[in-house]
Write a protein that binds this ligand. Structure first.
Ligand code: NAI
Length: 709
């Protein structure tokens, strides 16, 4: 676990090398081994200093998976937790006060508990590698760095400078970390240990600055008026950004505010208390489960059918070079795939190359790419109108107009050139895949691959299995999503699939509120306060009111009287047909758009007069979250989504569903099925059938079960 090596100068190098793991992590075994090696060196008079290194690519990645699982699913008994939490904090305190100089020799990523180890060393030497990441990302999982991070970092670089690193979990590359002062030296790869040794020899009696009685927090301590205003502004900004939904941010600020007034030892105890508090709050557990454990599983393709050989596409065909087709082609070419983009004529198809070129220029201007890389990426994209060029593609993704006939035409034309094992994916956002597959002579090779816009930024792909889709096609489609660097969720073929269907209920609810006479500004603010990334009416403008109105008409045509009653219909009809306001693209929607920005259209007050008795923001927040959670539960009930994990991951990655909840199903668990059903029934009584809970939830309420055991 730890290689112990002493050189002729008496320097001891502890090289962490956990067996059977790709990265070093903190767990009981590694802490025990580390502690033992540390005590051996500390007790050895011939030891002149300690260097801490790693035998892995990653220096140390933080807590191990089991520890994270315990945090997400484990016992929430505060007494038991109090006894187990905090061991690493004690170990790291021992490290920096063991009487020897300790230097971190970092040649790979040091994150979370890994970076806290580095902070507890007297000096940090890091390899010059632009890919190496350093930082404390705990807040992104609803936690705080609980092994001294909230105490050592502000004592090292000052309160204000450490705030973004702690509150946002920002990760830095070595050059930026050096500038920020969180590391001390950057040296070429391969020279890290030597540099660390040189520093240790030159500084045989190093101690931490905070253990000096005269220590002052750099940039001003808590009694400095500047610091007080820093806390005031930080608290205000945090609340404006998170609306009190994320307890971690507040806990981190409290750790700093209370901990920096006292000694490091007392500060560490304060930090431990806040860490425990976060563990006992449902937010951290839900975020760890969905944003770490379930996400990791989805990326590992746990839903992939077994026994089928892996096949990542080498040559990808993209039909349609519009917004989506260009985005998909760009991402694929960047990943090294050969891409053929086809459109009605070669000139139109070349739009995809122009799109990629523009993106790459932007990346170059920001120092994130080079002219050589750009040339190589563009060279991989062929633009054409000739179907023969698709010969040899192992995957074709169709992204032409949202029109059944156009899609059928291009499907048949591609079909004629493709080999028997080529997978055909449609990026349709609304048309049922089983129907589209009829245009193919190999419906078993046909699948839905629903990307989100903008493709290069959005991490999710909704993979839609149609009636005849084979296991092999599903497996290869998942391989392709993985090769494109995206996260897949697997859903069955049903109107709106999963994401569009559930996401739509949020917008619908906003419009229903408007129709009821609730003030638009209240609706929009409550939407943001619920944790959604955008307010519902603003979002409706982005999607396009005209488009939504058309989809409603089409649904009514397709389903007749079976079409669900949608409370947004009269609102859309009024805006689109009466006022000619079809959304953001036209510059007119729920908002008025001009060069100065956007503001709610003042005509709304007249068309939807506000009632005298306005609800509270909390009432509206509840409706926003319930309507989405209920629709997600219906999707589970109807088998549209099979894995609860996919429902939660897809919601957060796909449309930004309030991440602090861990997803819509986690939100139901948090409330408890029984209480949730009771409340949903009351909302149904007050606002309509759309709040009626599905059978699945009633059963769960009666049995006292939860989605997550
Ligand atoms: P777009 O209008 O930007 O691009 C469509 C492209 O298809 C155009 O370049 C057009 O010339 C081409 N095309 C039309 N008929 C063709 C034919 N017969 N042969 C070859 N090319 C033809 O549309 P966009 O937004 O890229 O959407 C494409 C598909 O992706 C649609 O099915 C849409 O529902 C879906 N989608 C769109 C999203 C969005 O945010 N825009 C998100 C997810 C899916």
């Amino acid at each position: 676990m730890i290689n112990y090596e002493q050189d002729d100068n008496g320097l001891v190098t502890l090289t962490i090398d956990m067996p059977d793991r790709s990265a070093n992590v903190w767990n009981q075994a590694s802490m025990d081994a580390f502690s033992e090696a540390l005590e051996r060196a500390a007790a050895d008079e011939s030891c002149t200093g300690i260097i801490i290194a790693s035998a892995k690519k990653v220096f140390l990645a933080g807590a191990d998976l089991d520890a994270l699982k315990a945090m997400a699913f484990g016992d929430k008994d505060p007494v038991a937790l109090n006894a187990t939490v905090g061991a690493l904090s004690v170990l790291l305190r021992r490290l920096e006060t063991c009487g020897k100089t300790v230097v971190a020799a970092i040649e790979g990523a040091a994150l979370g508990g890994g970076f806290e180890l580095a902070l507890a060393c007297h000096h940090r030497v890091v390899a010059d590698s632009p890919r190496l990441q350093l930082g404390l990302p705990e807040s992104q999982l609803g936690l705080l760095p609980g092994a001294g991070g909230t105490q050592r970092l502000p004592r090292l670089i000052g309160i204000q400078a450490s705030m973004p690193l702690l509150l946002e979990g920002k990760q830095l590359t070595p050059d930026k970390a050096l500038k920020a002062g969180i590391i001390d030296q950057v040296v070429p790869r391969g020279e890290v240990v030597a540099a660390a040794k040189a520093w240790a020899l030159a500084n045989p009696e190093a101690t931490q600055p905070w253990d000096d009685k005269r220590f002052k927090v750099p940039g001003g301590g808590l009694d400095d008026p500047k610091t007080l205003s820093t806390f005031m502004v930080a608290t205000a900004l945090l609340n404006a950004k998170t609306h009190g939904n994320y307890p971690a941010g507040k806990a981190i600020l409290s750790c700093m505010f209370e901990g920096l007034r006292t000694t490091l030892d007392a500060g560490l105890l304060i930090e431990k208390r806040y860490f425990l508090k976060l563990l006992l709050d449902p937010t951290a557990g839900a975020m760890i489960r969905t944003m770490f454990l379930s996400l990791q599983d989805a990326n590992k393709l746990v839903r992939r059918p077994a026994g089928i050989e892996r096949r990542a596409p080498k040559k990808l065909g993209v039909l349609g070079s519009g917004l989506m087709g260009s985005g998909i082609a760009f991402v694929a070419a960047k990943k090294g795939m050969e891409v053929v983009v086809l459109d009605v004529d070669a000139e139109k198809a070349a739009g995809a190359i122009a799109y990629a070129s523009k993106r790459l220029d932007k990346a170059i201007s920001r120092g994130r790419s080079t002219e050589e890389k750009k040339a190589a990426t563009l060279a991989r994209i062929t633009a054409t109108a000739d179907y023969a060029a698709l010969d040899g593609c192992d995957l074709v993704i169709e992204a032409v107009f949202e029109d059944r006939d156009v899609k059928a035409k291009v499907t048949a034309a591609a079909d004629a050139v493709l080999g028997d094992s080529a997978v055909f994916g449609s990026n349709t956002s609304t048309l049922p895949i089983t129907g589209l597959a009829k245009a193919s002579s190999r419906p078993e090779n046909f699948i839905g691959l629903h990307f989100f816009s903008p493709v290069e930024k959005m991490p999710l792909v909704e993979v839609i299995r149609a009636e005849k889709t084979s296991d092999q096609t599903l497996a290869w489609a998942l391989d392709a999503v993985q090769a494109l660097g995206k996260t897949p969720i697997v859903v069955n073929d049903a109107r709106g699939f999963y994401t569009s269907r559930v996401f739509g209920t949020y917008i619908t609810e906003g419009m229903a509120m408007l129709q009821e006479g609730i003030a638009p500004a209240l609706i929009e603010n409550a939407g943001k306060m619920s944790g959604m990334p955008m307010p519902p009416l603003g979002l409706a403008d982005e999607v396009g009111l005209g488009l939504m109105y058309q989809v409603g008409i089409q649904t009514k045509k397709d389903l007749g009287d079976a079409a669900p009653v949608n409370p947004s219909t009269p609102v859309l009809e009024k805006l689109v047909t009466e006022f000619d306001r079809s959304g953001k693209r036209s510059g007119r929607g729920f908002y008025a758009y001009d060069d100065a920005g956007r503001q709610l259209w003042d005509g709304l007050a007249e068309s939807f007069p506000a009632k005298a008795d306005q609800p509270t923001a909390d009432d509206l927040i509840e409706r926003f979250l319930y309507t989405q959670a209920l629709e997600a539960a219906r999707c589970m009930d109807q088998g549209v989504v099979q894995a609860k994990e996919d429902a939660d991951v897809g919601a957060i990655l796909g449309w930004g569903f309030a991440p602090y909840t861990g997803g819509p199903l986690s939100y139901i668990d948090r409330i408890g099925a029984k209480a949730f059903v009771e409340r949903a029934d009351a909302l149904a009584e007050a606002h309509g059938k759309r709040f009626e809970p599905p059978a699945l939830l009633r059963t769960m309420a009666a049995d006292g079960t939860a989605f997550y055991g």
